[in-house]
Design a binder for this molecule. Sequence first.
Ligand SMILES: NC(=O)c1ccc[n+]([C@@H]2O[C@H](COP(=O)([O-])OP(=O)(O)OC[C@H]3O[C@@H](n4cnc5c(N)ncnc54)[C@H](OP(=O)(O)O)[C@@H]3O)[C@@H](O)[C@H]2O)c1
Length: 295
Amino acid sequence: MILLTGSTGFIGGHVLRALSEKNLQVRCLSRKPMTSKNPNISYVTGDVLDYDSLVSATAGVDTVYYFIHMMGKQKEQERFDVLDRLAINNMVRACRTNGVRRIIHLTGMSNPDERLSRHLASRREVEEIIRNSGIDYTIFRASVIIGRGGGAFEILDTAVRKFPIIPVLDWENIQVQPIYIGDVVRYLIECLDKNETLNKGYDIGCSDVFTYRELMQQYAQELGLKRFFIKVPGSWRRLSALILGKLAPVDANVVYWLIESLGNNMVCEPGDLKKIFGFEPIPFRESIRKIIKKD
Ligand SMILES: NC(=O)c1ccc[n+]([C@@H]2O[C@H](COP(=O)([O-])OP(=O)(O)OC[C@H]3O[C@@H](n4cnc5c(N)ncnc54)[C@H](OP(=O)(O)O)[C@@H]3O)[C@@H](O)[C@H]2O)c1
């Protein structure tokens, strides 16, 4: 039995569809009561901040997919890192209680040599707690995931579509290595059958490394939009978050914390993923074409 957390979210929703196609037995943790017509899919009501609910949710479970973050929609936004720590500690304890064998997790990519944003430092801490849990794990780290409903992608999409003149702030030369959602899901699903991925962490990204400015330029070109970039000194994070938080279909708190992370490079460490998985993620522009086709 697999326990899928975050199934109402961007990543968890995609993974649920992929797991359904494989006819695996999946139990989804959800804060609201939910039902499924698919006999392989069941729902358990619970909250990662409620340890007892996780003990019930993990009973009889072999593998947990952990796709939770606490940014946004919480009453105490300034404490999202505290809540994320509490949540993963609850999950690890519940997994130990019920003898769960493996945790598969997706997190944000970061360079340990840089001073990390609050969001990325918190992501790194959650990753460390899983690594030190004594439970087998597989962890993937991604930067911007290209797919409708993804927070970072929707902010990029809004900035490029809505602003003919785009202010270039202090993130101008920060580098990022995006990846298409379909490829992220392939890694997350296919690792289930690959024992060599046990107790490993991988950076995942396509072969393109762009600065944020180049990322927006490439996206605008693919959309057939002419965009002008003007350099503006400073970070203007609160103002950017205020404006994009109103325009993008993303929780305003999440927009703020993601914008703060624009100061950190997100480029993959070289690894042996191609050898293990037998595929390479598609290039950025191809992933954009796939999204535009579906829109
Ligand atoms: N999106 C990206 O571009 C991206 C890039 C790199 C890494 N990641 C990583 O992928 C993971 C999932 O992100 P996402 O983009 O899928 O986020 P998302 O769309 O915001 O989904 C978050 C999920 O967490 C659930 N959740 C929040 N608080 C909860 C609680 N107290 N108890 C139980 N469930 C709770 C939400 O359920 P409700 O419906 O109940 O709110 C929702 O299903 C995160 O670890 C993130 O760091 C994402």
